[in-house]
Design a protein around this ligand. Structure first.
Ligand code: ATP
Ligand code: F6P
Length: 462
């Protein structure tokens, strides 16, 4: 399969404005936040411009009648907020750093969309309209209770009254709302109907937009978790060697036996099916063996989940790499995300090959992934929004199960540690120390001395 780095596929001057369209509580902010996280992860500079937060500068807690189309003052203020957001977005593009801006607002009339389209065209910015349509009243009410009653718009207010007011706000928008129709066929657009159960796509022109549309159409909102685990301690881990395809050690085997119970302890809702994903390397397949046998869950092996390829350094210890390839060793410390092993891969390369895995994960429900240190860091970074320069240095200890649960505007994380010692394979910048058995004789691991800065919970900004 050809792997394509999206940063190089777009022409240098291409700029895309993703224009969200839809009534309130249709998931526009959720889609915007996730799209920004996905783009950031694949290395495309992206930013959300949320018109609601501009409006909040002048009207922090509006009542429903502020949104009545006959309320002239309300209309003026809302128009001013949209103008301010669009101006900032254009300045952001002009500053030369941005590739994708997401304009998060209802943009619910043809007139408003035409104005955005014209402003963007003048500034040489492509537009991609993304409309979310949902007529499931129960889901809309759930959305209101889940996210709207806790919005800054209703801070300090009674949640029941807030929900009622938000319902009336929607009624006001419905008075003027126009869905994207045949009169707007000259726009590039995607219409998502009832959380992607029907998708209408019109005139997608470039690769980045098509990836983005594919990503957005795969999103679902069913409650689920994703569990991440490294393989049990391997024979190579014991001797401090990187890469290879070794078997798991005795302690690794103990972890493999403990994994089904650890998973149960982490909390699985009744009648939940979990799919097991491993790499094609022995150590992950061996680690998932008992899990598969005890649960009967379906299991898939993915080549894309194999460990970062360390090329000519495969099978060496960090100490030997520092000795044999001192310049490479230093270069990797200097920019670990971009450093590519001779004949091997960089973290950036791993992210590119993991893109189909992320697409599939977004489509899937409950999945447990048994994989490797570098790959796990990349997947974790996607869910927890960890910056590229930080992700390769994150601590992901052996014999620990990480449970990630996506929520409306972020992902909750829990960690479950098996009481089975293992070496630490974490290496700090500048060190070429052997992997050590920190859990037995010397309980103070390097990561305890220099804890990872990864956030326990990644919240997308609303
Ligand atoms: P507003 O216009 O008030 O900003 P919004 O459309 O941005 O509203 P969100 O704040 O994103 O709405 O609403 C989040 C809620 O919508 C979450 O509870 C989420 O589960 C749900 N949701 C996500 N995607 C969709 C979708 N495609 N259709 C309906 N609801 C969705
Ligand atoms: O040491 C275990 C291991 O999975 C190696 O096979 C791999 O090369 C390494 O971790 C990746 O971690 P880092 O990028 O920190 O060297």
């Amino acid at each position: 399969m050809a792997l394509i780095d999206m940063r190089y596929v777009q022409s240098d001057d291409s700029k895309i404005c993703v224009v969200m369209v839809g009534l309130p509580a249709r998931g526009k902010s959720l889609i915007s936040g996730k799209a920004m996280r996905y783009l950031g992860w694949v290395g495309v500079p992206a930013r959300v411009f949320n018109v609601g937060s501009y409006r909040r500068n002048n009207t922090p807690q509006p009542a429903a009648n502020f949104f009545d189309p006959h309320n002239e003052e309300g209309e003026r203020m809302r128009r001013a907020a949209a103008e301010a957001a669009l101006d900032d977005m254009i300045s952001w593009f002009n500053a030369g750093k941005g590739v994708v801006a997401i304009l998060d607002a209802t943009n619910s009339t043809k007139k408003r969309r035409q104005w955005i389209y014209e402003k963007c065209s003048e500034a040489n910015i492509e537009t991609l309209f993304v409309e979310s349509i949902c007529d499931d009243e129960d889901l809309i009410m759930t959305n209101i209770l889940e996210v709207k009653t806790t919005s800054p718009d209703y801070k300090g207010q009674d949640p029941e009254l807030a929900a009622l007011d938000f319902r009336n706000r929607i009624r006001n928008y419905e008075k003027v709302y126009e869905t994207i129709d045949d009169g707007e066929k000259h726009y590039t657009y995607v219409k998502l109907i009832n959380v992607g159960s029907t998708v209408i796509i019109n005139q997608i022109k470039d690769y980045l937009s098509s990836r983005l549309v594919y990503y957005i159409q795969n999103l679902h909102i069913k409650p689920r978790s994703i569990w991440l685990s490294r393989h049990g301690e391997s024979e190579y881990n014991l001797t401090g060697r990187i890469g290879g395809d070794s078997n798991i050690s005795e302690r690794g085997e103990a972890y493999a036996r403990a994994l089904p119970e650890l998973l149960r302890k982490s909390g699985i809702p009744p009648n939940t099916k979990i799919v097991i994903w491993t790499s094609t390397l022995r150590r992950t397949i061996q680690t998932a063996r008992h899990l598969k046998a005890e649960t009967g869950f379906e299991k898939l092996e993915w080549k894309a989940l194999d460990e970062l390829d360390s090329g000519v350094c495969d099978g060496l210890t960090y100490e030997q790499i520092a000795e044999k390839y001192p310049e490479d060793f230093a270069a990797r410390d200097e920019d670990k995300y971009n450093y590519r092993y001779r004949g091997g891969e960089s973290y950036r390369d791993v992210v590119i090959r993991l893109e189909p895995i992320i697409m599939e994960l977004e489509r899937s429900e409950n999945v447990i992934i048994v994989t490797h240190q570098a790959v796990l860091r990349c997947i974790y970074a996607y869910f927890m929004n960890v910056p590229q320069e930080q992700s390769p240095w994150m601590e992901v200890p052996l014999h620990t199960l990480i449970k990630l649960t996506p929520r409306a505007y972020g992902t909750d994380e829990e960690r479950f540690k098996a009481d089975i010692p293992a070496v630490s394979t974490w290496r700090g910048k500048g060190s070429s120390a052997r992997h050590q058995d920190y859990t037995a004789a010397n309980p103070k691991s390097p990561e305890q001395e220099a804890p990872s800065e990864a956030p326990a919970e990644a919240k997308e900004e609303k």
